[in-house]
Ligand binder design. Structure first.
Ligand code: MV4
Length: 447
């Protein structure tokens, strides 16, 4: 096993990776920005190095500085976490060039799955159902209108380099498409440096269901069941659960098989996630592939009983997967909620010093924390300060456990979304499993 790895990330995921490294006897190197000097993950690491100023592009995105620290400290591998450089093919390539193991898939696969059009093509070649749409870019609004009429409105206009809904717009007719095209192309160009656009049939009222993949260097590729992540606000996931209430055994089997086939077809290595949209008739369509460990991975760990970071380290070190598909069983139900330092009314980030931070303890309650009492939340990074994960033998018991845990979760000194989370998990529609993607915007507003 590696003797020392560098964690090119911060906050809760840095601490989470360190926890597994400690258990495996792997030394950890943290990098931190000036704004994070007092953050808990810095003191938890075996060694920590200042990487730059508060802004991400002078610190956590500073590829050459991170590589330099990895070489100086003798780190054999780098774990990128999620976000930041975790899906940056250039970073993965630079690690390879410097003889440092990037804990993730190859730069080529990262690059390929970073293009939504390219990934759609790859999935079609692997006979995975994709959303009906264009398989080549649409260059201008005239072509977009022609294609949209071939597909049939409503359609989704999307940016190929996009993600998180940026550059994406639902359009219902030619006029709307004419008005939407230039603006979204421009937004994609300024956000991603790539204005390539494409069009898909709009899937009404979908659920967002994703399958966890693990693949070693020997071609062993398995899936670890699904996670349902439909409850989102402006493409920011708020609550995730596993397994999905909506899938029946047969659909789960088919989606799992397709996800494994998709990963194999592109030569995927390490942990990854295939995202699907599922319509009300249980038709599922490939949406995109994430080539990193996801924020919501703990709910899969809880129901499957596997440490995904340990599996990632073992795969990157060249070991075989420790389990086969036949060993994958799920027990019980897990739910994760993301605790954001944000104003519940305006949804603006709410930085400041945390004066009280008390979390509930108990069987089946897991915390991933970026902060603690006395820590100051800065405005420079994603406002997610913690994750609360519960696990129980049934969904109803998991919901009950989550409701109680949220009541006992006390944070003072900053504003949080805890009240919103309590409303979601206390809502009858949620308890009934009515969890389509319009839950927060629509369903929750009904009595
Ligand atoms: C869609 C869709 C319906 N039809 N594509 C893509 C990025 C991801 N964050 C959300 N995406 C969607 N793509 C087609 N053809 C529905 C979603 C979607 C969604 C859209 C709007 C608001 C919330 C959403 C939550 C999950 C999925």
């Amino acid at each position: 096993m590696f003797k020392k790895i560098l964690i090119a990330n911060r906050g809760e995921i840095a601490l989470r990776v360190m926890r597994t490294c400690k258990r495996l006897g792997v030394q950890t190197v943290a990098i931190y920005s000036e704004a994070d000097a007092e953050a808990p993950f810095v003191s938890e690491a075996d060694e920590a190095h200042l990487v730059g100023g508060p802004r991400v592009n002078e610190s956590y995105l500073n590829i050459e500085k991170i590589i330099e620290i990895a070489k100086q400290t003798g780190a054999e591998a780098i774990h990128p976490g999620y976000g930041l450089l975790s899906e940056n093919a250039t970073f993965a390539k630079r690690c390879e060039e410097e003889g440092i193991t990037f804990i993730g898939p190859s730069p080529e696969v990262i690059e390929r799955m970073g293009s939504k059009i390219e990934s759609r093509r790859a999935m079609q070649a692997a006979n995975i159902p994709v959303i009906p749409g264009t398989d080549a870019p649409v260059e201008n609004e005239v072509e977009a209108i022609r294609k949209a009429n071939e597909i049939g409105y409503p359609v989704m206009l999307k940016a190929s380099a996009g993600g998180g809904g940026i550059g994406m717009q639902l359009v219902r007719n030619d006029d709307a498409l004419k008005r939407a095209f230039a603006g979204n192309q421009q937004r994609a160009k300024s956000f991603f440096g790539d204005g390539t656009m494409y069009i898909e049939k709009y899937i009404e009222n979908p659920r967002h269901i994703e399958i966890q993949i693990l693949a070693d260097e020997f071609g062993n590729t398995i899936h670890l069941m699904e996670r349902e992540c439909s409850i989102q606000r402006r493409h920011q996931k708020v609550l995730e659960e596993a397994p999905s209430v909506f899938l029946d055994v047969e659909t789960r089997r088919k989606m799992g098989k397709d996800a494994v086939q998709a990963a194999k077809s592109i030569g995927y290595k390490n942990a990854g996630t295939i995202e699907f949209l599922v319509d009300e008739n249980k038709n599922y369509y490939f949406l995109e592939m994430n080539t990193r460990l996801q924020v919501e991975h703990p709910i899969t760990e809880e129901i499957i009983g596997l440490d995904l970071v340990e599996e990632q380290l073992k795969i990157a070190y060249g070991e075989k997967l420790s389990i086969q598909q036949g060993d994958v069983k799920h027990n019980g139900h897990a739910i994760e909620v993301r605790i954001y330092a944000e104003d519940p009314n305006t949804f603006f980030p709410s930085p400041g010093k945390i004066t009280t931070f008390q979390v509930p303890k108990g069987d089946g309650i897991r915390h991933e924390l970026a902060v603690a009492e006395g820590v100051t939340v800065t405005p420079f990074y994603d406002p997610m300060i913690a994750k609360l994960i519960v696990h129980a033998e049934t969904r109803d018991k998991a919901i009950r456990k989550l409701q109680i845990a949220l009541q006992d979760y006390v944070v003072e000194g900053i504003k949080t979304n805890i009240l919103t989370l309590q409303k979601i998990v206390g809502h009858r529609a949620f308890e009934q499993g009515i969890t389509t993607t319009d839950f927060i915007e629509t369903i929750m507003k009904r009595k």
